[in-house]
Design a protein around this ligand. Structure first.
Ligand code: NDP
Ligand code: MG
Length: 397
């Protein structure tokens, strides 16, 4: 007699916010590689509804969100572009609705900036696991996001490669045994430029990342190392660390993603090639491990792993982020908001590269830190910081 066939484990149903971006594309590669384990039930983007329609057709996605009003209206006028019966959602309330879809298990938030905060909180409130790529959300309102995950008994799975790596290294270890977490940084586009040339940086130079293919905002953040600063704050929040336990080291190959040191001096590291498909798959299929989308490291080929300290003079944004982390309260939110304004102005070629740091520094000096006690207060601080940074822009041009 044949043994009974074990029922297939149900597919994880995923909502992907930011489906048209760099994380979005890598997530689609992971989902396409595991059609028996993952199913895409909702997608959203800001304005690129044509690309959303193509994704919806390819993956037969029934729920589609378009944030921007005019793009949403255009999508509604073109129902034939979407799968038959597909439902369209508009605006922030549309993203929130998608994040709460009854048929979803996991919501992956990969919307650039902090727009994904309310959808992320809504997903947690609706009992969904949250896979989080948007680090800005944790820098802005980490304590509220973590509290929502705890209250609802759901998982918060880091997608950012370094944090996903730390998550893997600390699993099974008591928190008290953790002494230091070191995140690696590639050093971005200017790691080897002579310092005096940094005054001549063009936007196109900052968009050439040596190791990673990413969206424009995070690529500029990698060139200033604001990205690593945001990530130290993200690590502090996610793993309950003190500022002095969070470190960064330059590692040009981007193969080691973190080094976690324990009380006995032993260090665990996580290694994989520099592709976001690794952490995305880990977060989406957690706790299962199955074959990945890409080949693992080939240890039969010669490669080296180099580490060097971060030069503070080259990367003042990292120094500023460390100060902000030590100050706490509203400072990380102000740092993040001013940085978003500064990077947008740099990408629009309105301010020079070195003015990014000047603008963030000036905004922090203008707004004294305080301890926000509610989410509304955090959002008010964020709005004020954006307004003040925009007002200070002419002073750094
Ligand atoms: P991209 O710029 O490549 O993509 C951004 C995505 O967000 C697009 O799908 C965009 O839609 C969407 N989006 C932007 N604003 C809104 C909005 N208001 N409502 C709905 N959707 C919106 O960014 P990345 O993929 O590089 O980064 C996304 C997030 O992931 C960032 O927070 C980043 O820090 C983080 N991250 C990224 C990594 C990477 O490798 N790229 C690594 C680690 C973290 P549209 O196309 O219509 O504009
Ligand atoms: Mg990262």
């Amino acid at each position: 007699m044949q043994p009974p066939v074990a029922p297939a484990s149900p597919r994880k149903r995923v909502v992907l916010l930011g489906a048209t971006g760099s994380i979005g594309e890598n997530t689609l590669r992971v989902i396409a590689a595991h059609p028996d384990k993952l199913e895409l039930v909702g997608i959203a983007a800001r304005s690129n509804w044509e690309k959303l329609a193509a994704i919806a057709q390819e993956f037969r996605v029934p729920h589609i969100g378009v944030f921007e009003d005019t793009a949403y209206a255009a999508a509604r006028r073109t129902p034939e572009a979407f799968p038959a019966g597909a439902q369209l959602y508009g605006g922030l309330s549309g993203l929130v609705e998608l994040a709460q879809l009854p048929e979803a298990d996991t919501v992956l938030v990969a919307v650039v900036g902090t727009t994904g905060l309310h959808p992320a909180l809504a997903a947690l409130g609706a009992g969904k696991d949250l896979a989080l790529a948007s680090k800005e959300i944790l820098v802005l309102a980490g304590k509220f996001v973590l509290a929502a995950a705890r209250q609802n008994g759901v998982r918060l799975l880091p997608v950012d490669s370094e944090h996903n790596a730390v998550f893997q290294c600390i699993e099974g270890h008591p928190h008290a045994a953790l002494s230091r977490v070191t995140l690696t940084a590639s050093g971005g586009a200017f790691r080897d430029w002579p310092l005096e040339r940094l005054t001549q940086v063009k936007t196109a130079d900052a968009l050439k990342h040596p190791n990673w293919e990413m969206g424009p905002k995070i690529t500029v953040d990698s060139a200033t190392l604001a990205n690593k600063g945001l990530e130290l704050i993200e690590a502090q929040c996610l793993f309950g660390l003190r500022p002095e336990q969070c470190h960064a080291v330059l590692h040009p190959q981007s193969i080691v993603h973190c080094l976690v040191e324990f009380a006995d001096g032993a260090m665990l590291a996580q290694l994989c090639p520099p592709s976001m498909t690794f952490p995305i798959q880990h977060a989406l299929l957690y706790p299962r491990r199955v074959q990945g989308v890409e080949a693992p490291l080939d240890l039969n080929r010669l490669f080296s792993l180099d580490f060097r300290p971060v030069e503070e003079a080259r990367f003042p944004m990292l120094k500023l982020a460390r100060q902000v982390m030590a100050t706490g309260g509203s400072s990380p939110a102000i740092f993040n908001a001013a940085n978003e304004i500064a990077v947008a102005a740099f990408l629009a070629e309105r301010i020079p590269f070195l003015a990014i740091h000047q603008l963030v520094d000036k905004t922090l000096q203008t707004l004294p830190p305080r301890e926000p006690s509610s989410l509304d207060e955090v959002l008010a601080i964020d709005a004020t910081a954006r307004r003040v940074a925009a007002e200070l822009l002419p002073a750094v041009c």
